[in-house]
Design a protein around this ligand. Structure first.
Ligand SMILES: Cc1ncc(COP(=O)(O)O)c(C=O)c1O
Length: 376
């Protein structure tokens, strides 16, 4: 069996976890949590980092930090993993879906710009959707598969309409735009360290921000909003969202080897491109000139997607179709969707992710390529 995207554990993970167990520091009070926050802040260039139990919790907390209100709209791409929209729903808000660019598969910023100009109106400091009169409270772009869209345009939209950005950077640790790390463009950025991510703690997440107040309040809210260390007094409704020490210990060890993993991801992407570009109708995601992606999960586009998917999975080469577009899911069918040609549907029908774990051997990669070529 050749897996899709599995953890690559080859450093001090066991040693640091063992230390947590031996010292009894297994809960969120342990020192590895702070060390992991410092490591992510340093790597991404963010001033502050707040560790969370997972990326979904980080996104939910970020929406709460921006004081999103009931029935507010949050702009999200139509192609993303469900957790983006789940976090919006937990915050009692609704998604305003935006179709994706057919080449980069990221939120279409030109479409967003045009639709905001034609379909919204301004009242005071805020903008509202004409059709439903709902306030638009924030933009939550997703760096899908670790790739990045036109962030210059996104930043100018954000400034023009006074819309704060929460970057769903869950897939993009190691991805840079004009030399600046993802997650550091918006007011808040959120990473995930679940089992299939480029860096894993089994389950885990991290909010990054340059805003000291947001970081302080984020940590406060993630620890049940407890005001005093020794007494049970709380000043608002908080969450039990802080990452625990055992998992943070794994994160600290994973960060020590992150450059090795990232390099291997780049090699895997380059190998697949050199072998598969030009085979049948296979296409890869376009990467904009200013973007240096992490190549977390290699995904190809082909009209033979369904047949290829079956052939690979039958050959025990684990592959997966893309996420069903959010506007097609029952829970979000009624939400507004900015689109002219529904590129999302076409991408969903033709994309599949192929084995991309950083611990795959060259032999395994050749086996994957050979199996793919059999279909063409
Ligand atoms: C785009 C996207 N958003 C959010 C999440 C949620 O992260 P987590 O699984 O850590 O809750 C993930 C990863 O699973 C993701 O891929």
């Amino acid at each position: 069996m050749i897996p899709l995207s599995v953890p690559h554990i080859f450093g001090n993970e066991a040693k640091y976890v063992q230390e947590c167990i031996e010292t009894g520091w297994v809960s969120s009070a342990g020192a590895y949590v702070t060390r992991f926050e410092e490591a992510i802040a340093e790597y991404t260039g963010a001033k502050y980092a707040v560790a969370c139990m997972n990326g979904t919790a980080g996104l939910h907390l970020s929406l709460r930090l921006l004081d999103v209100e009931r029935d507010d709209l949050i702009i999200c791409p139509n192609i993303t993993f469900i957790a983006t929209l789940n976090s919006v729903t937990y915050a009692c808000a609704r998604p305003l879906l935006v179709d994706v660019d057919p080449k980069t598969w990221q939120m279409d910023m030109d479409l967003l710009e045009a639709k905001l100009a034609s379909d919204t109106y301004q009242e005071g400091e805020h903008i509202y959707l004409k059709s439903t009169k709902q306030r638009i409270a924030a933009i939550m772009p997703v760096h899908v598969l670790g790739n990045i869209g036109d962030l210059d345009k996104l930043m100018s939209i954000s400034a023009k309409y006074n819309l704060p950005i929460i970057e769903d950077s869950t897939e993009s640790l190691g991805s840079f735009y004009k030399g600046k790390h993802t997650g550091t463009f918006g007011k808040l950025g959120v990473f995930s360290f679940n089992g299939n991510k480029i860096l894993t703690t089994g389950g885990g997440g991290m909010i990054v921000t340059d805003d000291e107040e947001l970081a302080k309040r984020g940590k406060h809210l993630s620890t049940q909003a407890k005001v005093s260390a020794n007494e049970y007094i709380h000043d608002e409704v908080g969450y039990n969202y802080r990452l625990v020490n055992v998992l943070a210990a794994i994160g600290v060890a994973q960060m020590e080897n992150f450059e090795i993993v990232l390099k291997r991801k780049h090699e895997i992407d380059a190998f697949y491109k050199s072998e598969l570009q030009g085979v049948g109708d296979i296409q890869f995601q376009d990467v904009l000139e200013d973007v240096k992606p992490n190549f977390w999960l290699c995904t190809i586009k082909t009209d033979k997607m369904r047949g290829l998917l079956k052939h690979l999975n039958d050959s025990k080469i684990i592959s997966r179709p893309f996420w069903m577009p959010m506007n097609q899911l029952e829970m979000f069918k009624g939400d507004p969707y900015f689109s002219t040609t529904d590129n999302s549907a076409a991408i969903y029908e033709s994309c599949l992710s192929i084995p991309s774990s950083s611990n795959l051997t060259d032999e395994q990669l050749k086996t994957v390529v050979k199996a793919i070529k059999q279909v063409y």
